[in-house]
Design a protein around this ligand. Sequence first.
Ligand code: F6R
Ligand code: MN
Length: 197
Amino acid sequence: MLSDVLSLKFNPLVPEVKDAEISEKHLSDLKGYFADEHAYEQLLSEDPILYRVSTWEIAHGDGDLICGFGILQPGKVGDEYFFTKGHYHEWREAAEIYVGLSGEGYMLLEHETNKESKLFPLSANRIVYVPGYTAHRTINVGTIPLTYMGIYSVRAGHDYGALVENNFRKILVARDGKPTLIDRREYANARIPKGVS
Ligand code: F6R
Ligand code: MN
């Protein structure tokens, strides 16, 4: 049946699906994700909201698609820009297409097997193709919310556990005011206080 619900109007600045359940993540939901634990603990007293996601799910057949709308707030924990948890798809072959709607950010991709990572800009009029077997995280480097949609198979599922065990190897930090991708280890070493071995 080709019903009217197959079409949806949304606001690119606040893309939310009416009457859909909204998943809201606060800083406290991302314990252990940010590199600077001290800065994390300090900001925790405010426990800001980091992002909201609502999904447009029309049908649940094997070949169907889900469209997830994300609103990621601007901000930093220490030098590290606010980001989403990031995940692999449970069905590892499942790819996803991200479409930038407003704001300024990046997608950080990391391949599961060879751990190669790469950063792709995400903003209005840009799309990013996330291949299968690839962990993906959205990062806001701007001063306004970054909004986007991700389109993926109903069969994809989310696997967060693999990244809890083994976080992304690279992190995006502000260096001289510019987003700079560095090794997590490099950042951790730089933060060891002098005189501590
Ligand atoms: C779905 C997808 C997005 C994310 C959203 C929040 O496969 O990639 O809809 O779910 O950007 O990020 P996570 O799920 O990593 O907290
Ligand atoms: Mn995904």
